[in-house]
Structures are given as structure tokens and as C-alpha cells.
Design a protein around this ligand. Structure first.
Ligand code: E4P
Length: 217
């Protein structure tokens, strides 16, 4: 499963990218606002920092305006993926942009039927928003399992991008259920390498090595 960072904070993206396991980035209007940066320069910097896809969301609500915004965003860099909301207007914009060879990520997906529509509109990515389903008492990861089965039945190429990840357990579960990508907030991303037994084991190895008085380099 590929790992994306769900953030528009350049310093944070650079820090995580340093470890060599960031496959892409997702942003949304909230994350851009939180970053405090201007939209186009921020996206341009992120696109040059990370090799993989960088999702940039339109804010228009009518399809023709979404297409205009999407084309402008796509002009920033080759790795931009235009993010549109899962509305009928968004579905139409997805069809038009995809036909023009612009990659599209359909976001705010909360049902399997919405995922079917996005795939049929040519979306490169569908973003089921797991955490927000959990927030209202549903089981977000079950949606990943359902979309995986549906896409596999139809041989659909659209990638399942599990979004609104809230915990390490979410990351494990979406991988088990067949997500192609998890987009992970920095707080959870940083926790992924941590385990108390790893810390204890390393401390013990280093203490024993110290006693030998030897050196490798
Ligand atoms: C994807 O990019 C979504 O916009 C994002 O993961 C939503 O996450 P949130 O529900 O934590 O805001």
C-alpha cells in the first residue's frame, strides 16, 4: 500500500519525505488554510518536494467552473491530481477532466455507489473518508472492503485512496481491506515506526555493544 501525507505544511512534508517512504500528498481547502501559505506557491513547492501525486482541490461547485479551476491547478506541475467533490457537478467535472488526460481524485466519498460513479467518470483515485464515517457511528473501514470487492469484480483501475485516517489501527486495517493508498495526517504518520519494544530492544543492543569497547566505523 502506498503512503501519502495528508497535509499542506511544507516543513512537515519535507521532514517526512526525508525518510524515503512518502509516495504522494493530499491537500484540501482546510489544510491549505491551516498552512497559512498562498495556494499556488504552496502547491508548487509540494510538487517539487515529492515525486508522487499531489492532490489539489477545486473550490467551485459548478462543473464548468470546476473544470476551469482544475485545468489551472493541473498547470502547476505534472504530478498534480485535481480533487473534486462527490456531487453530480463533481462527477461531470471528473468526466471532462479525465477525458483531457488530467488525473482526478474524487473526494468526500461516503458510499459504495459514489465510488462506482467516480470510477465510471474516469477518476484516477476515489477518496473514502473513513474517520468522518466513524464519527457518526459507522464503520469507515467496511467501506474500503466494499469498494475493493466492487472494483475487483469490474476490473476497475481507479485507486482506492483511504482518507480521514485517524489512527495507526486505521492504517493497518485499510491495508488489510485492500486500499491502494492511505493518506495519513502527520501526527499518525510519525507514529508508524514507533513501538515500545523497538525502543527497549535498541537500548539493550546499544548498552551491550558499549560494554565491548569495539567500534564499526
Ligand atoms: C483527504 O485528503 C481528505 O480531505 C482528508 O483526509 C480529510 O480528513 P479529516 O476528516 O481528518 O479532515
Amino acid at each position: 500500500m502506498k503512503l501519502f501525507v495528508d497535509s499542506a505544511d511544507i516543513a512537515t512534508i519535507e521532514k517526512l519525505n526525508h525518510f524515503g517512504v512518502v509516495d504522494g500528498v493530499t491537500t484540501n481547502p482546510t489544510l491549505i488554510a491551516r498552512s497559512g501559505g498562498e495556494l499556488f506557491p504552496t502547491l508548487k513547492t509540494i510538487c517539487s518536494t515529492v515525486d508522487g501525486p499531489v492532490s489539489a482541490q477545486v473550490v467551485a461547485t459548478q462543473s464548468d467552473a470546476m473544470v476551469r479551476e482544475g485545468e489551472k491547478l493541473a498547470g502547476i506541475a505534472e504530478n498534480i491530481v485535481v480533487k473534486v467533490p462527490m456531487t453530480w457537478e463533481g462527477v461531470r467535472a471528473c468526466s471532462i477532466l479525465s477525458a483531457r488526460n488530467i488525473h482526478v481524485n474524487v473526494t468526500l466519498c461516503f458510499s459504495a455507489n459514489q465510488a462506482i460513479l467516480a470510477a465510471n467518470a474516469g477518476a484516477s483515485f476515489i477518496s473514502p473518508i473513513l474517520g468522518r464515517l466513524d464519527d457518526i457511528g459507522n464503520e469507515g473501514v467496511a467501506l474500503i472492503e466494499s469498494i475493493r470487492a466492487i472494483y475487483d469484480n469490474a476490473g476497475t483501475a481507479t485507486e482506492i485512496l483511504a482518507a480521514s485516517i485517524r489512527s495507526q489501527l486505521h492504517v493497518t486495517l485499510v491495508a488489510e481491506y485492500g486500499a491502494d493508498v492511505a493518506t495519513i495526517p502527520p501526527r499518525v504518520f510519525e507514529q508508524l515506526s514507533h513501538h515500545p519494544l523497538t525502543d527497549a530492544g535498541l537500548a539493550s543492543f546499544l548498552a551491550d555493544w558499549e560494554k565491548t569497547g569495539m567500534s564499526i566505523g
